[in-house]
Design a protein around this ligand. Structure first.
Ligand SMILES: NC(=O)c1ccc[n+]([C@@H]2O[C@H](COP(=O)([O-])OP(=O)(O)OC[C@H]3O[C@@H](n4cnc5c(N)ncnc54)[C@H](OP(=O)(O)O)[C@@H]3O)[C@@H](O)[C@H]2O)c1
Length: 389
């Protein structure tokens, strides 16, 4: 999925003041950094490149105007072999130039890219991601391990771009020359985008969430087909606590060196459903300040997110799309809105117990994982932060 317009290369102004203009591209030859590459793109690596999220990175990096996929890495099972031979490619055509790349081990002594996207599962990410950060890489992670650390951004550029500021303290306190920036659980990301406008306008007090989550959320090969075909499974290991704690952190505030979670309570119930892509979130919400459904709809429709995220190459035209049809959003029809980067919200209506309820849908491997990581890295580069590391 290559979804980029005629945006500028890093080093050219991107309507972001001086920030993007100060970004530089780098290349390496035989381990030596040689400064701006011939195409001006920044070489990047993907850890866990063979998995469901890793493949989404590979697809989304094809034709990226700022980043060039230079290295793919996975487990020892895959390392040393051509990517095209070890990957069980799931969607569309595997880019030819990537098929021939040799899969590397996830070893910071071997990989050279300073921007590293991690699609590792949690067991592997635990030791590997900090090792890369220590060695000077900026790791944009999808794993749960570091998400709740107060000095680790849990970033959605449209929602909480200022959380990137704690990276300075993270690197100072941990003595890292690199750093770790995370994105949230895929269902929590869809919920955060739908709830952020209401939190900004009226304050969230209590949120009750019920999710219906696609099978691709479990990675590959994921849930056995005989368990999920024609079925709904009312349990996804560890999912509910992740949603309950990550949402308040994402909508929290920066206080000095730490991110302080917003003081609202979340109750989540997660279900696996036989859908390929797209996590649906049904939410009932109590607000701190009184607001009618009409007030909520106006706020949701008008919301564009933080201005600093708007012109990034991977940013959708609208991070939130509000639909009026009573039977939308639907995974099959709406999951690719904004190239999978928009969250689609519908059924905004009064709630007889709390104040208002709505349904939100987000693409789990795109907006909920690889696409969000890419946007986080674009925000980082647009600030000129790569030059500070
Ligand atoms: N799927 C989603 O919608 C989604 C959304 C948000 C976040 N996430 C998170 O993103 C991460 C990846 O999820 P996924 O669904 O893509 O999982 P997946 O399909 O199971 O892929 C896991 C990847 O990790 C690699 N790996 C496993 N053990 C390793 C080791 N010891 N050393 C190095 N590499 C190792 C695998 O390489 P081999 O092929 O060589 O085994 C594979 O590339 C997880 O942390 C997940 O929680 C997933």
């Amino acid at each position: 999925m290559s979804s980029f317009g005629d945006g500028p290369q890093p080093g050219q102004a991107y309507g972001l003041g001086g920030a993007a203009a100060s970004a530089r591209a780098y290349r390496f030859v035989e381990g030596e950094w040689l400064g701006p590459g011939p195409e001006g793109r920044i070489p990047v690596a993907v850890l866990g490149a063979t998995g469901a999220v890793g493949q989404t990175f590979v697809r989304m990096l094809a034709g990226h105007p700022w980043f060039e996929l230079a290295e793919v890495a996975a487990s020892e099972r895959s390392a040393g072999r051509p990517y095209g031979e070890v990957v069980r490619w799931l969607e569309g055509a595997l880019p030819e130039d990537v098929a021939g790349m040799t899969v590397l081990p996830c070893d910071p002594g071997v990989l050279r890219s300073r921007i590293v996207f991690s699609a590792l599962d949690a067991a592997a990410a635990g030791p590997i991601e900090p090792a890369f950060a220590r060695a000077g890489a900026l790791v944009f992670s999808n794993a749960k391990n570091q998400r709740m650390e107060p000095d680790v951004p849990l970033l959605i550029p449209e929602v909480n771009a200022s959380h990137l500021d704690v990276l300075v303290a993270q690197r100072r306190v941990r003595g890292w020359t690199g750093g770790i920036v995370t994105n949230a659980n895929c269902a929590a990301t869809a919920a955060a985008l739908a709830l952020a406008p209401l939190h900004e306008a009226f304050g969230l007090d209590r949120v009750f969430l019920m999710t219906m989550q696609a099978v691709s959320g479990a990675g590959y090969p994921g849930v056995p087909s005989l368990d999920i075909l024609g079925n709904v499974i009312p349990y996804i290991a560890d999912e509910e606590p992740k949603i309950e704690r990550e949402l308040p952190k994402m909508l929290g505030t920066v206080d000095g060196d730490a991110i302080i979670p917003a003081p609202f309570i979340v109750s989540a119930q997660a279900n696996r459903v036989p859908v390929e892509h797209g996590h649906m979130v049904c939410a009932a919400i109590a607000l701190q300040r009184r607001a009618s459904v009409q007030d909520c709809l106006e706020v949701l429709r008008a919301w564009r997110g933080d201005a600093c995220a708007r012109n990034l190459p991977g940013a959708p035209a609208a991070p939130l799309i509000v639909v009026d049809e009573p039977d939308r959003p639907q995974a099959r029809r709406d999951v690719t809105a904004g190239n999978g980067m928009s969250v689609v919200v519908g059924r905004v209506r009064p709630d007889p117990i709390l104040d208002v309820r709505l349904v939100a849908l987000g693409h789990n491997t795109v907006r909920g994982a690889a696409g969000c990581s890419l946007l986080n890295a674009e925000l980082f580069v647009s600030r000129g932060s790569l030059d500070d590391t």
